[in-house]
Design a binder for this molecule. Structure first.
Ligand SMILES: Nc1ncnc2c1ncn2[C@@H]1O[C@H](COP(=O)(O)OP(=O)(O)OP(=O)(O)O)[C@@H](O)[C@H]1O
Length: 265
């Protein structure tokens, strides 16, 4: 485990977003006691904003490799990070911060890298037709290496798989031992069965020393054994038991008798 706690420094008089969110009214601290912490709550309660601030405070890269602090869309995260005091058990920059939209741009980037490397190899084939094999091999090397690395990490290419399949491939390839992972709604493209697969990837990584902070609406992910759940419907966010969450209660009641609910919609 890496993160020990996050504390509020109360250094700003700014009352605009993100400081205007009700979760920050009396926020003091969150202590991370288990390797998996899960943030839940109603839409708009501030989970993503909080996670983005935490990613910026931890100086984690996004899944695509860019720095959270360099992303103009995440300027509010930087402001929030300045109000967070992070206490580390052991500092790390292994890991990443992942939002669903980052993943889509990431797969596009991987596809572009592959196409670009193939294009360059074709050009070299033409250009070096009358030159020595050694010169051609030297010119080809960086592009062949790019293709090798992409194939090694993602086999046939994330772009040739379905959204959910490529998302799981990505986790399998990129979640490493001893990393810190901040995941925002990773369930989005995954079927219930694939969410269980994601849980097994997460648990395996935890066994190897990794830590996860996850924002989710999925009752399946909320049920990860020994995870600490915090609800952002309380101000400040407070611990909640799995069985007490609205997500679990509503899902359970709905599945028991869908007609009863639909009558009132
Ligand atoms: N850049 C922004 N500027 C101003 N307000 C914002 C900005 N981003 C989000 N908000 C507002 O802050 C509130 C919290 O948004 P946030 O995305 O953190 O909620 P959330 O709990 O993650 O929601 P969801 O479960 O729907 O993803 C929302 O009311 C949203 O409209």
């Amino acid at each position: 485990m890496f993160l020990q706690s996050i504390q509020w420094k109360d250094i700003t008089t700014n009352r605009n977003y993100p400081f205007s969110l009700p979760i920050f009214e009396d926020f003091q601290s969150i202590h991370f006691l288990h390797p998996i912490t899960i943030f839940i709550g109603e839409n708009g309660s501030g989970k993503s904003t909080f996670l983005e601030g935490l990613a910026a405070a931890c100086q984690l890269p996004t899944a695509g490799g860019a720095e959270v602090n360099d992303d103009p869309d995440l300027r509010h995260a930087k402001a929030l990070a300045d109000s967070f005091f992070i206490k580390w058990r052991e500092k790390t920059r292994t890991g990443f911060f992942l939002r669903a939209e980052d993943f889509i741009s990431f797969t596009k980037r991987v596809k572009q890298m592959r196409l670009e490397a193939e294009h360059q190899l074709n050009l070299i084939e033409e250009e070096y037709r009358h030159k020595s094999a050694h010169a051609k091999s030297l010119a080809s090397l960086p592009h062949k290496r790019t293709l090798y690395e992409l194939n090694h990490l993602y086999q046939n290419g994330l772009e040739t798989r379905s959204h959910g399949e490529s998302f799981l491939d990505f986790f399998q390839a990129r979640i490493k031992p001893n990393g810190l992972y901040l995941l925002d709604e990773p369930e989005a493209p995954l079927s219930p069965m694939r969410q269980l697969t994601l849980i097994s990837i997460i648990l395996e990584a935890v066994q190897s020393g990794s830590q996860f902070i996850i924002v989710t609406h999925s009752p399946i992910l909320m049920g990860i054994p020994d995870a600490d759940l915090y609800t952002f419907d309380s101000h400040p966010p407070a611990k909640i038991d799995f069985e007490e969450t609205e997500h679990v209660q509503i899902t359970k009641q709905f599945l028991e008798a869908p007609q009863r609910f639909l009558k009132y919609l």
